[in-house]
Design a protein. Structure first.
Lengths: 313, 478
């Protein structure tokens, strides 16, 4: 069977051995049909990419957010200790040790720093809607996280039904008009917004013959993300960044984090649990830096002020 | 306004809708095209519009005057020559000033320094107007063709202005001849569906070539050429190969979009590339690469110099001059001059050693297939050497890279080769199919499901692998 369409006019022979352009036969119907069919197929690729990236994205941050929220939404039993926070919580707190040492059940829902405290409040609200309050909440954050604002587009990565943010009073308060459009594009047009992940997955699958269904990320059953190898050079680089940050900034809490803290206090009072705000473990060399010490003291002082406003927080 | 920008897509959509609304009203359509072309060009820098307006005005007027001047008396012939000289002088002065002033001023100063004089030249901060080489050559061909009696001057300034500034091909060609484009401006255009279909296909192909192939190959070639001393011989070969892929994808991609957009408007622009990397010899290469420039140089420079009508030595001289100036046309830099000289040299050597033209149909049975493949590979290697010269930024770089082409691998060679193959192989596969079938539009004739599947894969690849940061087309600088 020929792969070529039957043409109405026979192509003329090439002149002087040079290839020619022989116009294809086309009707308005053919033009429209091919155009729409190609676009439709592109839409199918887009939908496939949406589902695929939901589980196998190569973007570590997005994958962690999705995985932790899946862990939370599929949690059947309540836990004693709920660990929230950023990547330092994700890779720094082992719930299995808390269970072994303290005999308490725990789950690690630490995600990424850019989700700031706003997402922790959302997680907590979701948890409290479905389970009785835990005994303790541990929130582990890197010190500079308190400065950061919230990027609402990141809400697109949370695997819950469209519009879920309206169920959370904090996001309802933070929501501005064009959020939803941006979240929609980020979430449902992955060919446009997550092309770098797709590029990496397709490229490595085709050149290294690696399965696209294995991004190499694994959580333990309690949500802890074990590091597979140490990277001391990155620790040193990170410490240098923090040192510079502490030298250039005094401690501040962003508007969105402050709002989230207020919500946290309210939730703690309503549900009568304690919240521990823990700065993430710091590199020994950094601990001895005066600028960093000053920064931590400022942080401690400001957060203590907020915590003393409630008997539970 | 770059073809690969959202602004252009919006611009073209608006222009196209208005254009369709104005069907059957030729004058209004041409006014629209002129306005659109000036907006398109002025989007870079509105001051450039003065240059294009001067070029248009001068050649329109001289064209009319040439048309009114007879060819009977000696005085009339002298008058015609003066008019032609004026047109050429004005166009070349504009081109020379904006493109070559600093190059020649610095070169002249260098020569004076060599003989012990201390020159005090001023180099000017001249902005190079995009596409100046393209439209200057286009307008010059108009007056030359009228002078030669091949063309009647157009009485309509509007039509002529559209011919000069027609936005799809204004900044990077194809360099159209008035004989081909002007009648299309003057006569009512009928947009046929085959033309629309092929136009859409060319636009898709152009974006694919530019955003997926050229821009990704550029990442590899830039890496190698920007720090060539850090790479082994095989890496340098890969870098040069990547540049060959980049420049072809970039320039032919632009041409595809230009010709595709023109087809949607009912215009047929000339084919600028006919699978150049499948050329069998230097002469064949120039019948396939940047055809609108090579034929321009042939018709307005090589043949007037005498072409191949004189002795062998005169032919070689004519070839050398044509290719040197062809190289210089690309830009005011020595690497372009060297590149032109190099191509002149291989054309001359080809003429010396190849007695019969071998560029006729290679599949006619006259040539055994393995010989064709060997010739292609040989010519492609020569082309790569040319691109090495073209892309380098200094003579020491050219010398170093040429001296380090020994096939020595490095730990990064395999990764670089895989990366290049990933982006270049789809292009090679399509071109091989086009070559075998002798039809550059063969993909549009595949069975419907396969055809549509390929279009959507093309779109998918543009979405996923297309470089989003706006990168200029290489040939804009020429």
């Amino acid at each position: 069977m020929s792969v070529l369409e039957t043409v109405k006019s026979k192509p003329s022979a090439a002149q002087d051995g040079l290839p020619q352009e022989i116009l294809p036969w086309a009707s308005p119907r053919k033009v429209l049909r091919d155009l729409l069919a190609a676009l439709l197929l592109l839409l199918v690729f887009n939908i496939a990419a949406y589902f695929f990236l939901g589980f196998y994205t190569s973007n570590y941050g997005f994958w962690v957010v999705k995985s932790k929220w899946r862990l939370l939404t599929s949690l059947e039993q309540p836990v004693d200790w709920l660990v929230l926070g950023d990547s330092s919580a994700n890779q720094g707190v082992m719930p299995s040790i808390l269970a072994q040492e303290g005999g308490k059940s725990a789950i690690n829902l630490g995600t990424i720093g850019d989700m700031i405290l706003v997402e922790k409040v959302m997680m907590l609200e979701y948890y409290l809607e479905h389970h009785p309050p835990p005994e303790k909440i541990i929130i582990v954050h890197v010190p500079d996280l308190w400065h950061r604002g919230f990027n609402p587009v990141l809400l697109s990565q949370i695997p819950r039904p469209w519009g879920y943010w309206q169920e959370h009073s904090i996001t309802a308060e933070l929501l501005v008009e064009d959020w939803e459009r941006d979240i929609f594009i980020e979430r449902y047009l992955p060919l446009y917004t997550q092309n770098r992940s797709l590029r990496q997955i397709i490229y490595t699958s085709m050149t290294n013959l690696r399965s696209p269904f294995n991004n190499g990320y694994r959580l333990d059953p309690y949500g802890y993300f074990p590091a597979e190898r140490s990277a001391p050079e990155r620790v040193v680089l990170g410490a240098q960044d923090y040192k510079r940050f502490a030298e250039e900034n005094s401690f501040q809490i962003s508007h969105q984090n402050r709002l989230a803290l207020e919500y946290l206090v309210k939730l703690a009072e309503e549900n009568q649990f304690d919240v521990y705000l823990v700065p993430s473990p710091a590199y020994e060399g950094l601990r001895h830096e005066q600028s960093f010490q000053n920064f931590l003291e400022e942080m401690h002082s400001e957060l203590s002020e907020i915590s003393t406003s409630s008997q539970y927080s | 306004m770059l073809f690969n920008s959202v602004v252009f897509l919006q611009f073209f959509l608006i222009v196209y809708l208005l254009y369709i609304l104005l069907q059957q009203r030729l004058r209004l359509q041409n006014i629209l095209l002129l306005a659109a072309s000036y907006i398109f060009y002025g989007y870079w820098d509105w001051r450039f519009l003065f240059l294009i307006a001067i070029s248009t005005g001068v050649d329109y007027t001289i064209g009319l005057m040439l048309g009114r001047t007879g060819t009977q008396s000696r005085q009339e012939l002298v008058h015609r020559k003066i008019l032609l000289a004026m047109s050429v002088a004005v166009n070349l002065s504009i081109l020379g000033f904006f493109k070559y002033f600093n190059f020649f001023a610095e070169g002249f100063a260098g020569v004076l320094e060599l003989i012990g004089l201390t020159p005090n030249f001023v180099t000017l901060n001249v902005i190079l107007p995009v596409g100046i080489s393209f439209y200057t050559f286009q307008t010059m061909s108009y007056t030359i063709d009228i002078y030669r009696g091949k063309l009647e001057p157009t009485p309509s300034l509007l039509d002529f202005a559209v011919f000069v500034a027609f936005f799809p091909q204004l900044v990077a060609g194809p360099i159209e001849r008035a004989v081909n484009l002007l009648p299309q401006v003057q006569q009512p255009r009928r947009i046929r569906m085959g033309q629309v279909y092929a136009g859409l296909y060319l636009i898709l192909s152009g974006y694919f070539k530019k955003m997926v192939i050229a821009d990704n190959a550029a990442v590899i070639s830039d890496r190698v050429f920007n720090s060539y001393m850090d790479y082994s011989g095989l890496d340098i070969w890969i870098g040069v190969l990547a540049f060959a892929v980049q420049i072809y994808g970039d320039f032919s991609g632009y041409t595809d979009i230009a010709r595709g957009a023109a087809r949607l408007l009912g215009f047929e622009l000339m084919i600028n590339f006919r699978l150049p990397y499948f050329a069998l010899n230097p002469s064949d290469f120039w019948r396939r690469w940047h055809i609108s420039l090579s034929t321009w140089l042939r018709d307005y420079l090589y043949l007037p110099l005498g072409g191949n009508r004189g002795s062998s030595l005169q032919t070689y001289r004519n070839l050398a001059i044509t290719m040197l100036l062809g190289g210089l046309w690309h830009g005011a830099a020595w690497n372009f001059v060297l590149w032109g000289a190099y191509h002149g040299l291989i054309l001359i050597l080809y003429r010396i050693f190849e007695k019969k033209p071998a560029h006729l149909d290679p599949w006619s049975g006259r040539h055994p297939y393995p010989l064709v493949a060997i010739k292609m590979l040989g010519m492609f290697t020569l082309t790569l050497i040319g691109w090495l010269i073209f892309r380098s930024t200094s003579l020491p770089q050219i010398v170093y890279m040429l001296a380090n082409l020994a096939p020595v691998a490095s730990p990064q060679t395999a990764d670089m080769a895989a990366e290049l193959a990933f982006f270049a192989l789809p292009l090679l596969a399509v071109q091989l199919y086009q070559y075998i079938t002798d039809d550059l539009l063969i993909l549009t004739k595949l069975q419907s499901p396969l055809r549509v599947f390929l279009y959507s894969i093309g779109l998918l690849w543009i979405a996923v692998f297309g470089i989003r940061t706006l990168t200029e087309f290489i040939y804009f600088q020429f």
